[in-house]
Ligand binder design. Structure first.
Ligand code: UT7
Length: 326
């Protein structure tokens, strides 16, 4: 069976850092509240001109370098994002332009914070049909452009960045993406949403529309996030008959340290096996998993043969998990 394998990983973070102390100057909050309730200390903020497509392209270049491939080797670019530069074209098309990836077709996928695991799942379907394909799978966001900087409930949580993987196929049945499972529940969308930019369809804007900002019922989302990620993880483990103790590293979506601790507790996993970098970057939505995956890979936290779990939860609701043998 042809399996999706990762040939290279890359990530890019904007250089501008916003600390909790900086946020104290902007809204009624404190370093103590943000740290204890979320685990976040810093987040990166894109500067003027540092669009989602630019961060995505830079992360992609890093991944290509690791994979020893050039842009012309890429056949497909898929970008998970809820903050594309424009309504049209897609962010992925702008990445294709930026990289001069002349042999690739390109598309975006909106699954909010689950964007990267969704993109991987889609890429896997192409790889199964044609294992020679080289696909750039990217998660990239500039959420700083879509948060209300006067709303302390949300503005302290999010950050900007991008992560990427170059993937291809392998006939080796023992390595690569072993299992992937996605879920959605649109009936709960009102707990976490972002109005569209003003358009002719005014009826689609929520009644309390006051700009295209992220809105979240944090406490409810928290509970769904823990339960849903646990459910997705148990699903892929059961399908592959892998005991949780065999997992070397879990790389979850980075939203809140308390969500991740609670998840680890429910799964009976030591906290050292859960990769955490949200203290540095906050919640970067679709970018959080590929950034963490790249850091873990470059730090040597993932070794060939290791079982690695990715899991995500986000607006939609969307959630899912991917199980890899590295
Ligand atoms: O990435 C997609 C998925 N997203 C998530 O998974 C996020 C899930 N939710 C969360 O991470 C947490 O619910 C939050 C971090 C968003 C909020 O933490 P919480 O412990 O659930 O706080 P809360 O919303 O229940 O608010 C508690 C109090 C409120 O004050 P009152 O009403 O009790 O007086 C808030 O107004 O904390 C207040 N508060 C703040 N205080 C200082 C909310 N934000 C802040 C703030 N600084 N930044």
């Amino acid at each position: 069976m042809n399996r999706l394998i990762v040939l290279g990983t890359g990530s890019t973070l904007p250089t501008k850092v916003l600390s909790n102390a900086g946020l104290e100057q902007m809204v009624d909050t404190s370093d103590e509240w943000i740290t204890t309730r979320t685990g976040i200390k810093f987040r990166r903020i894109a500067s003027v001109g540092e669009h989602t497509s630019k961060l995505a392209s830079s992360a992609a270049r890093n991944a290509l370098e690791m994979a020893h491939l050039g842009s012309a080797d890429i056949n497909m670019i898929i970008v998970g994002t809820i903050t594309p530069d424009m309504g049209m074209p897609s962010c992925a098309c702008l990445v294709q332009k930026e990289l001069s990836a002349v042999n690739a077709f390109a598309l975006d996928l909106n699954a909010a914070c689950s964007g990267f695991v969704y993109c991987l799942d889609v890429a896997e379907k192409y790889i199964k049909v044609d294992p020679s394909m080289k696909i750039l799978v990217i998660g990239a966001e500039t959420l700083s452009s879509r948060v209300n900087w006067e709303d302390r409930n949300t503005c302290v949580l999010f950050g900007d960045g991008a992560g990427a993987c170059v993937v291809s196929g392998s006939a080796d049945d023992h390595r690569g993406l072993l299992a992937s499972k996605l879920f959605s529940d649109g009936s709960l969308y009102k707990l976490l949403y972002m109005d569209s930019a003003p358009s002719m369809n005014k009826d689609l804007l929520s009644k309390d529309h006051d700009g295209s900002y992220i809105k979240m019922a944090g406490r409810d989302v928290f509970k769904y996030a823990v339960r849903s990620m646990e459910m997705a993880i148990l699903n892929v483990l059961e399908r592959e008959q892998v005991p949780i103790d065999d997992i070397a590293l879990i790389i979850p979506h980075q939203a809140n340290i308390r969500i991740l601790k609670s998840l680890a507790e429910r799964l009976g996993v030591a906290s050292e096996k859960v990769y955490i970098n949200l203290d540095k970057y906050g919640n970067t939505s679709a970018a959080s998993i590929p950034i963490a995956l790249d850091e873990a890979n470059r730090e040597g936290r993932i070794k060939p043969g290791d079982l690695v779990l990715l899991c995500a939860f986000g607006g939609g609701f969307t959630w899912g998990a991917s199980l890899f043998r590295w």
